[in-house]
Design a binder for this molecule. Sequence first.
Ligand SMILES: [Zn+2]
Ligand SMILES: [Zn+2]
Length: 421
Amino acid sequence: MTIDLEALYIDLHRHPELSFQETRTAGVITRELAALGLEYVEGLGKTGVATSIVNPSTGSGGAGEGPVVWLRADMDGLPVGELTGLEYASTARGTDPAGNDVPVMHACGHDMHVTALLGALERLVATKDQWSGTVVAVFQPAEEYGAGSQAMIADGVLDRFPKPDIVLGQHLTPLPAGIIGVRPGTQMAASDGLTVKLLGRGGHGSRPHATIDPVVMAAATVMRLQTVVSREIDPREMAVVTVGSIHAGLKNNIIPADATLELSLRYPDDDARADVMARVERIVRAEAAASGAEESPVITVDHSLPPTINDPAATARLTSAFERAFGEGAVVDPGMFTGSEDVSWFARESGVPLVFWFWGGHDPQAYADAVAGGTVNVDVPTNHSPYFAPILHPTIERGVETLVVAAREFLAEESHGEADA
Ligand SMILES: [Zn+2]
Ligand SMILES: [Zn+2]
């Protein structure tokens, strides 16, 4: 029996589900795993699924699990109304956490991630005589919340399955189909969401001298925070400090008691994170002190995504393997992405290397035309766009092959002996 991957992808694309609501998707996954004869654990991190293929080496007398390679795919869709016009476009709707009825679309390609991982598992099962070791496949919910991997870890996925020697994952991107993008070091930025509550003293708008005005405090804080990146960070380094939300007061003649800012911070690594966090906190507290605040501001980290850092040695090894499999020029350095991912928690919690790569899904001729016309940003829809529409082939096949090539590189081959990952 062979999985019809095109039909599987179209089915998943037609039925996207919001983060932590991927119950139908999990059902499709477990149905396919059962058909492959694989046992699985479901309900990990609410809707996640994990399975393993334990394939002891015949040369080692069948003892031990060999190299343990984790392959991860995320499952969730987004509250986006699909405008691709595809015959199999999503018309699904869902309920977001605030209770709103919203359109739902696989606008980030997670349907392709699931399809590719199921296809890779099928291939790895069929070729068990050619490799030894253990493959753990993780179908993760709620990547778009940055919460799914931690939810699976909290549910014990690292204890219930053999611990990884390496964690591998991939993401669909609008590179030309067939092209792989990967770089050593930081592949995706770290990101924190902060809420800052500035505490003043409210009163009558006609008597400012009797108050501590949090509106002025907030204004000064927002302006001073702009100097973190412009005046304090080495211009050769990347950092973002965005104040995306500011709320205070209800009426022109009332000075409110407090003001709330919401910040989005981005940086390439843990050192830069600590550095920017410290500078933001210093400015927030100092501006409050400068305003004569009687209480220090309350700073809350609402969510925190680590940087996605590719292990340099494993990335070099994988790049060579991809070039051997797909030819010179098939692998490009896509640069660092300022978006963030939660895949690296699996590797960080285990203290093992991670490689996370991108693979293209855009029509190569259309991409080349857009490059020639200087219209890539206009004509090539990115992830999260309502027009995001990967071509089916060779995107599906390449997504399967990349996972198989990558897994096999770090699993043991009879001719290679033990992988050294
Ligand atoms: Zn996304
Ligand atoms: Zn995504």
